[in-house]
Design a protein around this ligand. Structure first.
Ligand code: SF4
Length: 98
């Protein structure tokens, strides 16, 4: 029997200049994190207009950072994550190297 994948909630996002950010929360249905090396938020959108749905809290739709301890089959298996700035880049702050 296959085990169900967990879906990680984006519990907090401090990237307030992103179009999907309202009151330090992300409001697009799902974000994508990372490339092969960095846990950067790939969904970050620096725009003057606001997007997303204020009723929604984002989840992690996909994560490409295989070297994170929470990554399984290129999906995030943490219960929740937070996103913030690291060296001026919007990053997953929950990232933990294996
Ligand atoms: S905690 Fe790890 S697996 Fe989950 S989104 Fe962040 S970098 Fe990806």
């Amino acid at each position: 029997m296959e085990t169900e994948m967990e879906v990680a909630l984006v519990q907090k996002c401090d990237v307030t200049d992103c179009a999907y950010n309202i009151d330090r929360a992300c409001h697009t249905p799902a974000i994508t994190i990372g490339d092969e090396t960095q846990p950067r938020c790939d969904t970050f959108c620096n725009s003057a207009s606001h997007g997303g749905d204020p009723q929604l809290t984002a989840t992690v739709g996909a994560c490409k950072v295989e070297k994170c301890t929470y990554n399984k089959s290129l999906e995030c298996q943490a219960s929740d994550i937070s996103v913030g700035y690291k060296s001026d880049e919007p990053m997953c702050m929950t990232f933990k190297a294996r």
